[in-house]
Design a protein. Structure first.
Length: 110
């Protein structure tokens, strides 16, 4: 097999393991780019959350890392008074209910 860009030619490079990892990353970048919060505040919040999580377990960079990322984003949005925790939790529950009640293969809508 030929090596190309440090990957075997039959391997597929996936920068994100799951679609939701890419989504939470993209949402965070977009919110910062639209000046909802400065990137430096985001990186400080994420760093605090990673440090706290690492005291309980090793963060391996998959779902656990992006769960920490999501929790940091939620806290930052709350601290910046963009959305309160109750509203965020309500929206999460609405999406979860919509997902559970949507037939397989159909788009999930609120």
């Amino acid at each position: 097999m030929k090596r190309r860009n440090n990957y075997l030619s039959n391997e597929i490079y996936r920068p994100f393991e799951q679609p939701w990892h890419a989504e939470v990353f993209a949402v965070t970048v977009h919110l910062s780019e639209t000046n909802l919060f400065p990137w430096v505040e985001w990186t400080q919040m994420l760093g605090q959350h990673i440090s706290a999580a690492n005291t309980m377990r090793v963060i391996n960079g998959t779902d656990d890392y992006y769960q920490v990322w999501l929790n940091a984003l939620i806290e930052l949005l709350s601290v910046m008074e963009v959305a309160d925790l109750e509203t965020i939790a309500s929206m999460q529950n609405r999406w979860a209910d919509a997902y559970r009640n949507t037939p397989h293969g159909e788009p999930v809508n609120l």
